[in-house]
Write a protein that binds this ligand. Structure first.
Ligand SMILES: Cc1cc2nc3c(=O)[nH]c(=O)nc-3n(C[C@H](O)[C@H](O)[C@H](O)COP(=O)(O)O)c2cc1C
Length: 341
């Protein structure tokens, strides 16, 4: 079983992660991980923080030379903007963020104690762990990529740039839709036998766990609800060279909670960023008086970055299901199991 946990506050000293359950013998390409971390920082509409940080992984354990040794891989990523102890306290919860529910839950009157961890800065650790999982998956020809589909309902980059600039000038924000897909996934990852072994459920959980993701669909997803069965189900074919394959991929590569050998396709809807330059009305956490929500340094839109995080969540879930099926102690053995399928 592949397990992953993160720690770290947005303006704390470092973000840290532990990835456990990797096989021994996997060569870790740090350059690739750092390139993936850089991809998470990109996209039109990002805020000032991404100009400050230059994320780089520092691996602390689980590797000898460049190879994994089967023990937990732990790592850190420094926050250049380390200033948690001198930042002012926050009393005006932002609608759409974790601020109010988090403060009430943990009994804080300083919302900073919530927002430091609720911040999407945490996702840098997911991308580091996800990149390591991608390194494992590419040993078996599995590749994962994402594309931005739309921002604020617009699809052309020119229009997207325009509406992001308008939103920025008005102190507003935007969400959007991105797609993540995994190619070359073998048939039979996940299972229909239990709810918690279903690959679609595990992928949905991983993708929904990304901050601000409010809907996830696979393949034709919501559209399939208005179609006839004969229009939507993917006809099965067979050829000597391809084996079993489908004429279409409306199922998004998933049937019965298992991969079916076609490309896994997920689409995610991201709500607009919660922090607004022209803040919405809110209530002061101590005085209970009407105030404006707090304004923190913020992105206007972060759909491409969310796509990169989506790739990582998909890589973590697929790597976990892959190791379940093909064994997990060492890479050589896994390759044997994989070839013998
Ligand atoms: C890549 C990425 C960047 C984000 N940047 C910001 C940001 O700068 N400001 C902000 O208020 N929310 C940002 N968010 C969204 C919040 O983290 C998220 O809305 C908040 O944690 C509340 O969680 P929820 O939206 O899932 O309910 C970002 C999310 C992602 C995935």
């Amino acid at each position: 079983m592949l397990r992953f946990i993160s720690a770290g506050e947005s303006h704390g000293e470092s973000m840290v992660g532990i990835l456990e359950g990797l096989p021994a013998g996997l060569t870790i390409d740090v350059g690739f991980i750092n390139k993936e971390l850089a991809r998470r920082q990109l996209g039109y509409g990002r805020g000032g923080r991404m100009k400050i940080e230059k994320d780089a992984i520092h691996i602390l354990s689980g590797i000898k030379g460049k190879k994994t040794i089967g023990s937990p891989v732990s790592f850190s990523i420094k926050n250049k903007d380390f200033k948690i102890n001198v930042l002012p306290s926050v009393s005006e919860p932002r609608p759409g963020h974790a601020d109010l529910s988090g403060a009430l839950k943990y009994g804080f009157t300083d919302i900073r104690c919530v927002l430091e961890r609720a911040s999407a800065r945490e996702t840098v650790v997911r991308v580091a762990a996800g990149s390591i999982c991608k390194i494992l998956l590419r040993e078996f020809g599995i590749s994962i990529k994402s594309t931005r589909i739309s921002v604020g309902g617009q699809t052309s980059f020119k229009k997207i740039k325009e509406i992001i600039d308008i939103a920025k000038n008005k102190g507003d924000s935007l969400g959007g839709v991105f797609q993540v897909q995994a190619a070359n996934v073998p048939v039979g990852l996940g299972s229909y036998v239990h709810y918690d072994r279903r690959l679609d459920a595990r992928l949905a959980s991983g993708l929904m766990s990304i901050p601000a993701i409010k809907a996830v669909e696979f393949g034709a997803g919501f559209e399939s609800a208005s179609k006839l069965g004969s229009e939507i189900h993917d006809v099965i074919k067979h050829s000597k060279s391809k084996g079993f394959y489908r004429m279409t991929n409306n199922a998004g590569g998933l049937e019965g909670g298992m991969s079916n050998g076609e490309i896994i396709v997920a689409r995610c809807a991201m709500k607009p960023i919660a922090t607004l330059g022209s803040p919405l009305p809110s209530v002061h956490i101590k005085t209970k008086k009407q105030v404006k929500a707090s304004v923190q340094r913020s992105d206007i839109s972060a759909v491409e970055a969310a796509g990169v995080i989506g790739e990582s969540m998909m890589a973590i879930v697929i790597a976990d299901a892959f190791l379940e099926k093909f064994g997990s102690d060492n890479l050589k053995q896994i390759k044997k199991h994989y070839k013998s399928q």
